[in-house]
Design a protein around this ligand. Structure first.
Ligand code: FAD
Length: 319
């Protein structure tokens, strides 16, 4: 395996990763982004983004991400299009990250691998992705103003998203696979108090249906009967999301679901290793937050590296 060294390795090429790379490269650090493909991750999948500040118009996530990547590249960051398969943080002088046939080493690493969904897809899900299927009310809710929407799920996130939609959509139906919702009392009360929200339980999603765009979903109801619920927007919260941290093994502290535990500046349980974006344990998963965390992780890494006696600055070399 060939080895190559740099000063900061950023794992992940989404908004968090490329923003971290932008800041690290502008700070004069030799920065490498390792991520598979040109434009990947959740942002690259977002069909239309209306809430990323400063764009002035609705753009596909891919286009915004391409601009962030180009900005990082112009600042001097390199991008290797490989997935990280292993990381070893035992030597603080040279943390090691394997990707493809290379072993990259650096004294600082920023993990920004996101939290792509997991599990089997339901019939029609791929076909109508971005054409009626949504996963985030803050992102896509306003597109369904005054229309009928369906929220499919049964956990707190699904219930909260359904509540948020009641202020936007005409009619909201929360379709839950469970026969009974197991939610905190205040959330149950809030659901019951919304006149334009209907809760349907015992509905197991079979298929998203439609022509050009999704127009509804087919369910298996109690007793084996089929039901089709019509809606213009279908918000799916069935599988949750899974952080892409499998390649880390047990190298860093994680919460039960695999999200990385950090301090507010992104420092993980290993000094010199930072995390940013959806891969972190936190409440709000949005692009602008991912960018902000990429910035914080890079500035934290820079501060850490500048204090180390073996860095280029201290040897009098140009940064
Ligand atoms: C359909 C959809 C619509 C959305 N709409 C909006 C919206 O309108 N507004 C908004 O603010 N948010 C929206 N979001 C959420 C937003 O996209 C995420 O919060 C944001 O992209 C998180 O950024 P990130 O950099 O942490 O992760 P991601 O964007 O998921 O990027 C993760 C990166 O890590 C890479 N990676 C994964 N594993 C590895 C590995 N082993 N080695 C190397 N690289 C790896 C991936 O390939 C990817 O490049 C939407 C999400 C989806 C799915």
């Amino acid at each position: 395996m060939a080895e190559s060294a740099c000063e900061v390795i950023v794992i992940g090429g989404g908004p968090a990763g490329f923003t971290a790379a932008l800041y690290a490269a502008r700070a004069g650090l030799d920065t490498l982004v390792v991520s598979p493909g040109e434009l990947t991750g959740m942002m690259a999948r977002a069909p239309i983004v209306e809430n990323f500040p400063g764009q002035g118009e609705s753009l596909p996530g891919r286009e915004i991400l391409a601009k962030i990547r180009e900005q990082a590249r112009q600042a001097g960051a390199r991008h290797e299009q490989e997935a990280a398969s292993m990381a070893d943080f035992s030597n603080p002088e040279a943390f090691a990250v394997a990707a493809g046939r290379e072993l990259y080493t650096a004294p600082a690493v920023i993990i920004a691998t996101g939290a792509m969904g997991q599990g089997e897809k339901v019939a029609g899900e791929e076909r109508f992705e971005g054409r009626g299927i949504c996963r985030c009310v803050a992102c896509d809710g306003p597109l369904y103003k005054g229309q009928d929407v369906l929220v499919v799920g049964e956990d707190e996130q699904a219930a909260e998203e359904a509540l948020a939609l009641t202020g936007i959509a005409r009619q909201v139906t929360l379709a839950a696979p469970a026969r009974r919702l197991d939610l905190p009392g205040d959330l149950q009360e809030a659901l019951a108090g919304r006149p334009n929200l209907r809760v349907e339980t015992g509905l197991r999603l079979q298929e998203i249906v439609g022509e050009e765009c999704a127009t509804g979903a087919r369910f298996l109801a109690p007793g084996g009967k089929e039901r089709v619920l019509e809606a213009s927007g279908i918000f799916l919260y069935l599988r949750g999301s899974a952080p892409a941290t499998g390649f880390l093994g047990e190298a860093l502290e994680m919460e039960e679901g695999g999200y990385l535990v950090t301090d507010e500046l992104g420092q993980t349980s290993v000094t010199g290793v930072y995390a940013a974006g959806d891969v972190r344990k936190k409440q709000v998963r949005q692009m602008v937050v991912a960018c902000a965390e990429g910035c914080m992780a890079a500035l934290s890494a820079e501060r850490y590296l500048r204090r180390r006696p073996t860095m280029r600055w201290d040897r009098g070399e140009a940064a």
